[in-house]
Write a protein that binds this ligand. Structure first.
Ligand code: SF4
Length: 63
């Protein structure tokens, strides 16, 4: 599984980085970092929760 953020949609609400800091972090510009990155199996459930809670549907998950 991989996760990415569409930075054009991101509001910078920090929800994803608070729910799943192992995968998501905020850039210096205040928006979540974008590039696709692998998600460790033990982080997959919480990563999906972060995806479900993104108000802009800016998180992109590929299985
Ligand atoms: S939850 Fe969504 S809108 Fe909020 S910082 Fe993360 S990617 Fe951006």
């Amino acid at each position: 599984m991989e996760a990415a953020v569409d930075r054009k949609r991101c509001l910078g609400c920090e929800s994803c980085s608070q729910i799943c800091p192992a995968v998501f972090s905020m850039g210096e510009d205040g928006f979540a970092l974008g590039p696709s990155r692998p998600v460790k199996p033990e982080h997959e459930d919480i990563c999906r929760l972060a995806d479900e809670n993104c108000p802009m549907e800016a998180i992109l998950i590929t299985e």
